[in-house]
Design a protein around this ligand. Sequence first.
Ligand SMILES: [Zn+2]
Length: 260
Amino acid sequence: MLDERWIRSLHVESMRRADLHREREPHVLFQASTIGALLEGAFEGDLTFAELGQHGDLGLGTLNHLDGEMVALDGEFFRADVEGRIHPVDPGERTPFAVVTRFQATIGERLPASERSHEDLLVCLDELVPVAASSCAIRLDGCFPLVRARSVPRQEPPYRPLTEVVGEQHVFELTDVEGTMLGFRFPSYAEGIEVGGYHLHFISADRSRGGHVLDSRSGELRVRIDPSDDLHVELPPAVELGDPDLAAETHAAVEAVERG
Ligand SMILES: [Zn+2]
């Protein structure tokens, strides 16, 4: 272990790739690099998807060269290209930013078929997450009358900051689609290391379309939530754990990049 710190109620451990060990504990969130590094244009990480798969079977992120949006579901890794088309990820490919967990939900709920907005969905989730939990992983399976999503085009060095690259993102709408929305909720004080608030990606049940979720309307949903207070972070060379005091600065950039 390289560094261990508490950021309020979130326990963060960081380590280098050589020090990683296979994650056996459930309810631990594992992350490659930091959102702060990604914002600055660190689009090449050192962790392979084979290694990432040893730390979790559900999650999200991107690929080296910022080559689309990544979705991990049931231990399979997928890439949504800039048009939102889904491709399998080769285990030898690497990631500059990803969050995964060995998903073991402790909360399960069914939301009725009556259609709800994305804001209302997030309110439903807030009510289901225990007040004491600082963070959680989320899996939503069901029907979505609308998923508004985006993906990003592959970049070549020298890399520009993510806030500039996002200007080239493609936004697309999927309508009346069955699928899985999944991701995480982190506290705002973790920003700099993570995306504060909800970060959700989508993949259709037929594994044809997906991306980073900007908006949705949902129908009947099976909700599963895995609360966690433990975040393990793998830091590529030259990336350090961000100073949480810079969170305010990071917040504006994260908002611009993640909320589209
Ligand atoms: Zn995303």
